[in-house]
Design a protein around this ligand. Structure first.
Ligand code: GLU
Length: 667
């Protein structure tokens, strides 16, 4: 297949078929199509499962280091060109890192379930992409059991300690009303009780097929043998060096002896992480929440002075061993909405992601979105239309207005009306849709009117250190997991080979404003509001019930996650894009300000002179939008199930060109 290499790459009208043809050629070659003499018994076809088949050179083992290996570290680019959809028949894994994808895929190959693969992937991500997620962070996850047709969502969100007050993030104490040192994020105050390990433990008990310990092998081996620092990790070390200097363990791991950064491609082994994983593999999740590991986490959160490379005071957090021992993952009701001929399901509170995506779609259902598809469809999803972007961003202004006012941890602050059902009610969303004008942006929206709403203030906080994983196993079970340490490298504290989160900065630092208390204020044992939106889209049966799986997706990106996920779902459902095109498509939307963002890293946007020469920018400005063309660092991982004739199903995967991700699977 010819390499399309320019920004003006011609439209590849049928990329799935083009890829299938390549896969077929490779399969034929693997089956002896090269014409060896057939005197002896037929040699078995080489096993190509979990190897990439998308390069012109044939199959390549991820991590082999030969040219074309997607795991070879390369400088991180804003947008990888020429990525094509990947098709497999049996199972598939998409993550933001090739080694993590490989670990997940190998787990499925060994007979593991999607739940097993999720554990294996997380253990590797915590090593190779520590800036985004890990043992010291939290996660949200949706699991679909194809045999029983049941959907569950899991909440592994970090929690405020029992000792947190509503001023925890902004004041050192009631008598010392100054900011925590050196700032809230780098102090112990930002660090929530980690939830990812407990959540994966719960998931594995419910849906694992392999023994728990079997899912730790890849992580332990990579941590022991070492891996090469990738482009994005190298960039993260550079960007966070000044903050990492405060922590002697982080200095020893991420920096050289002379305190310069370890560079792209440097081989990094992490014996402390290997030891932690070995303990968890052998003794289970309890060994994380009590005993020596928990004690080290608590001691780190309570530390009051930085190390010698950057001395200074650190304001301790209030986390105790009792907070660690008491942490519980929770099963929550998924948030589902009918959208055209699909049912879109996401994560409920304490994430705002599921509700905001559902509201966006429920509002847009009142418009003929199929008529506003992108033009010049190419590998990158084409060029979004002016009216398409206008309608989506207006719908999001309305959705974010509700989110900022109402959505928080519902164990502490109830939603208005009857809860989730009221805020995603189709009648309510129709009324909200009527506020959208076709000829003018509304600028900013205010929260809607629903009975029993509390007088609340508003908050819009959030950061950027997160990653998304989509998995479909051989039985058709699905895992979508968005997993995070909050901002890049979390709170910059390195304990036993992993980083601690700064998730509590997702709370509003101020407890109230002129309109009343803020729903997302800090309270003891509360979980900070998130925007994470792991999403499974189902086809809708003729009788209106939830049918089989159509797609699995999700993304990092802080509050913009809602926009990245909505764009991807609309791309597939309304605009017929394949998994890679929808994932790559230009990011656009609004978080309820006068500004509408267009992802300036995208090859189909002309960003020179603030976008003055771009037709999409011009069209939006004419409708009153203030347009930003800043780069948007999404990390969408998507799998779409495509039904062929005769009941065959193929899985088509897309990884985000803005990160280092990879799709792997098997036929
Ligand atoms: N902490 C954010 C949240 O939970 C995610 C940050 C990110 O995506 O980078 O919504």
């Amino acid at each position: 297949m010819r390499n399309l290499s320019s920004r003006q790459a011609p439209a590849l009208a049928r990329p799935i078929h083009a890829l299938s043809a390549l896969a077929l050629l490779l399969t034929l070659a693997a089956c002896g199509g090269g014409g060896s003499d057939s005197a002896g018994p037929a040699s078995p076809a080489p096993d190509t499962a979990c190897q990439t088949t998308t390069t012109a050179g044939g199959t390549i083992t991820v991590g082999s280091g030969v040219p074309g290996d997607p795991a070879l570290p390369e400088p991180s680019s804003g947008f990888r060109l020429n990525m094509k959809p990947v098709t497999h028949a049996k199972y598939m894994v998409v993550t933001a890192n090739p080694l993590a994808t490989k670990a997940g895929c190998d787990t499925l190959k060994a007979g593991g379930s999607a739940a097993d693969a999720a554990v294996a992937v997380q253990m590797v991500l915590g090593l190779v992409e520590p800036q985004s997620s890990g043992l010291g962070g939290g996660a949200f996850l949706l699991h679909y059991n194809a045999t029983t047709n049941t959907l569950q969502s899991y909440d592994g969100r970090e929690m405020a300690p029992a000792g947190a007050t509503e001023d925890y993030l902004r004041f050192i104490s009631a008598t010392q009303q100054t900011a925590p040192l050196p700032n809230a994020r780098a102090s112990g105050r930002s660090i929530g009780t980690p939830g990812a390990v407990r959540m994966l433990d719960m998931l594995h008990k419910d849906h694992g097929k392999l023994p728990w310990a079997a899912n730790f092998g890849a992580g332990i081996q990579l941590a022991t043998d070492g891996f090469a620092i990738s482009g994005r990790l190298a960039d993260a070390i550079v960007a966070n060096r000044a903050n990492l200097l405060r922590d002697p363990d982080a200095v020893a791991y991420f920096l050289n002896a002379d305190l310069t950064v370890k560079a792209l491609g440097t081989k990094l082994s992490n014996p402390a992480y290997a030891a932690t994983l070995t303990t968890l593999a052998n003794s289970g999740a309890d060994a994380f929440y009590s005993g020596a590991i928990a004690a080290d986490i608590v001691a780190e959160i309570q530390r009051d002075a930085a190390g010698p490379a950057a001395p200074g005071a650190l304001t301790p957090g209030a986390t105790t061993l009792a907070d660690m021992a008491g942490y519980q993952a929770k099963k929550r009701e998924p948030v589902c909405i009918d959208y055209r001929n699909t049912v879109v399901c996401g994560m409920g509170p304490p994430s705002s992601g599921g509700i905001a995506v559902a509201q966006t779609l429920g509002i847009l259902e009142n418009f003929y979105m199929a008529g506003y598809a992108p033009s010049a469809i190419d590998l990158y999803g084409g060029k979004p239309s002016i009216m398409g972007v206008h309608l989506v961003s207006e719908a999001q202004r309305l959705a974010y207005a509700d989110r900022n006012a109402w959505v928080a941890d519902t164990d502490f602050v109830p939603l208005p009306g009857n809860g989730v059902s009221s805020v995603i009610d189709k009648g309510y969303l129709r009324a909200r849709a009527s506020l959208i004008r076709l000829d003018r942006s509304m600028g900013t929206a205010t929260a809607g009117n629903i009975a029993n709403k509390l007088p609340l203030g508003s908050s819009a906080t959030e950061g950027n250190g997160t990653t998304h994983v989509s998995i479909i196993d051989a039985q058709g079970n699905v895992v979508v997991m968005t997993t995070t340490v909050e901002s890049s490298m979390g709170a910059f504290r390195f304990v036993r080979g992993f980083l601690l989160n700064n998730q509590l900065t997702d709370f509003s630092p101020t407890p109230s404003d002129a309109n009343g208390p803020i729903a997302n204020r800090v309270q003891p044992l509360k979980r900070p509001r998130s925007s994470m939106a792991p999403t499974i889209v189902f086809n809708r049966n003729a009788n209106g019930t939830r049918g089989d799986v159509l797609m699995a997706t999700g993304s990092p990106g802080g509050a913009a996650i809602i926009q990245f996920v909505a764009k991807t779902v609309i791309g597939v459902v309304d605009w017929g894009l394949d998994a890679q095109q929808a994932t790559a498509m230009m990011n656009f939307g609004s978080a309820n300000s006068v500004t509408t963002g267009l992802g300036g890293e995208h090859p189909n946007l002309v960003v020179a002179n603030n976008g003055d020469g771009d037709t999409l920018v011009q069209g939006l400005r004419a409708l009153g939008h203030t347009v930003s063309v800043g780069a948007q660092s999404s990390g969408v991982s998507t799998i779409v199930r495509v039904k062929g004739t005769g009941g065959s199903v193929s899985l088509v995967g897309g990884a985000d060109p803005r990160r280092e991700g990879l799709v792997l699977g098997a036929n």
